[in-house]
Design a protein around this ligand. Sequence first.
Ligand code: 26Y
Length: 801
Amino acid sequence: MDKKEFKKKFKRRLAEKFAMEVTDASSNELYQTLGSLMTSAYSQDWRETWKDYRENNQKQSYYFSIEFLPGKMLKSNLLNMGWLELVEEGLDELGIQLNDLVEIEPDMALGNGGLGRLASCFMDSIASCGLPGNGNGIRYEYGLFKQRFVDNYQVELPDEWLQKGNLWEVRKESKAVDVQIGGNVYLKPDQYGKLSPVYEGGSKLRAVPYDTGMVGYQNKIVNTMRLWSLEIPPEEEDRYRSIEARRSFEDLTSVLYPDDSNEAGRKMRLTQEYFFVSAGVQSILRYFKSLNQPMDEINQYAAIHINDTHPAMCVAEFMRLLVDEEQMSWERAWDLTRKVMSYTNHTIMAEALEKWSIDMMKNVCPRIYQIIEEIDRRFVEELIGVQDFDLIQRTRIIQDGQVHMAHLAIIGSHSTNGVAKLHSDLLKSVVLHDFYLLYPDRFNNKTNGIAMRRWVQLANPAMSKVLDATIGKTWRKNSDDLRLLLNYEEDDQVLNALAEAKYQNKRSLAAYIKSHCGIEVSPEAIFDVQIKRLHAYKRQLLNLLHIIKLYLDLKENPELPIEPRVFIFGAKAAPSYHYAKSIIKVINEVASLINADETIKGKLKLVFLENYNVSLAERIIPAADVSEQISLASKEASGTSNMKLMLNGAVTIATLDGANVEIRDAVGDDNIAIFGLTEGEVYQYYEKRNYHAIDLYERDTTIQKVVNALIDGTIPNITKEGQEIFDSLIKYNDEFFVLRDFEDYCAAQMSVNQAYQDTRRWRQISLRNTANAGRFSSDRTVQQYADDIWQIEPLFAHNDN
Ligand code: 26Y
């Protein structure tokens, strides 16, 4: 299609849809029109991709994830369709700014953070690598809450992302399935004496899929992300006549992660998990059966991936369908289940490894509980006398009245992986060590990656242009070619062009900050960025204490020779995470204090941007000079903002945690500022129990000064929160070693400050970060999953043209 044709089609579609001319239409109508042109254009490829997979009996993978975080899809689809430039120019000629239409699309935020965003990067990469892979998740009525600050506190507002409809999804009523929830189950022998489950009571939920095309990068492949929505089956209407019953029913898929700090919330969460697991697995089996292949070979057609523990019930649901519905023997079913399933662990934090009480499981999915019980029984039976008794006790699925979902996922699959080298090593040596002893061959690493298309081509057109002009365009398809940039590290023209692109991005972010927060920041200053969920282990507090130190130093000596700096935060705290919310309040109060203080001559600014989400990340990341990756070593499984920021030329200040270790290996020690305890040192402290934060506080006058500022009135309006944070450090012994790493962190910050003063050197370091980011492409990651875990291959028939 050329520009002229596009304009003609666009005008015609607008007339058909809205009976309107361009000049009369609102941005929303124009957005709908463009979207509808796009979906009709890729629908053909979508259908053909699907048909080709089917006709070739292609093995497909199914990525089960309770979160997907795609953000906006308009530009990303345009880019992948190869339409971006053409549409941008064509619209411009019609007097329409593409970016005005982009604003209309709500962020699709069916996820909290790293886990969900990773799933969406994978969806982009799987399609772009031409791999036959699907997403499977929940179509929440409300996405992640919208964050507002009121009196500098976080307030949560509902995200009604579906209010104006969703262009990209297709409701597939014909593919609906029913999911049985609750009731009683008992086993009854049939006429041949085989035990079959008989269900009493409970209810049936109708799961209706909404499919969204995952458009590959200029390769004519369109895969499917299938999200399940809940409806009342006609035969159950009576049950839900009352408003109350109806409401509690509709609540089920209405929100992402209902608060799990109370019993009712937890039960809803478990129901959600079983709902999308059962619907997804049933629909995979139904598709497989339509292929008319022997059931025994299903592992050659389907790979099911369990993204963190939330979909771990896939193991039991798959067993249920094979044994109860397909009449397969337990042994054969179990063999197939393990071959089909694989599992990724995303965290070592104990509180994120799900456990469900037996009672609750019996209550929500009684048959699944029975099957898990049987899996557990056979697991123990098989190992007793072969393995150490205590080891069996520690690894079995059901312990002390609870069902351990990670254990189920590991025992019921052929692959368990971590998300960065260090993390995968820690799984083997510490967190899942017992399982490593049992199944050493199942453990492997798949270092995370990011969708380069979104995080450079879309987010950073200024830098992309410089790259094209310098190293050609091959990096757009093959991110390893970013390395070619290394040939230009002594080329001042290139260094300046990259710096100019960065400056341009900083100017637009500065304008955004001005219009959204009313704060004036200079694009000449260092933009220092920490963007991620608010968690104690991620140590936004460490960043804050350093800011307070700088502020106090500047108050004492306004002539202090530091480069002007703008510290930028973006972070949401879980609504029930009290401590994290206190940190937000204190950061905001420190910001109010610092930004209003003229005596420090604008050398320091602090900006906490409201409502951090994918779209905001796309604005912040291209404008960042410094990337804060300062979690306590051993706690961040991988991190992915670290990759996005380095790719966009930011220099990282990092602990040796998660993928930071591999970033250090990629850029070399001279191009990153490493500080802090190592993972080994942290474990030493745990072992010897010899960390005493109070000693540091009493000995170190700088620490004293900074920490006291939390409680001595230096910072207004934080009486409660300041005390709470002070206590977490001093009274409760600083769980995440903030004070232990403080001095080293300040030194690293100082070295960054110094490096920035040498402009040319800084630009070289920045160039080397971009040049070495290619290995963190999620194309590489999903290819590794495809080769090592899923055993799926691209369909080449499609790529002929
Ligand atoms: C069970 C519940 C409390 C729970 C809720 C959310 C458990 C886990 C999660 C989310 C975890 C998550 O987002 N983990 C992040 O995954 C990223 C992708 O692998 C990693 O980069 C990041 O280090 C890790 O924290």
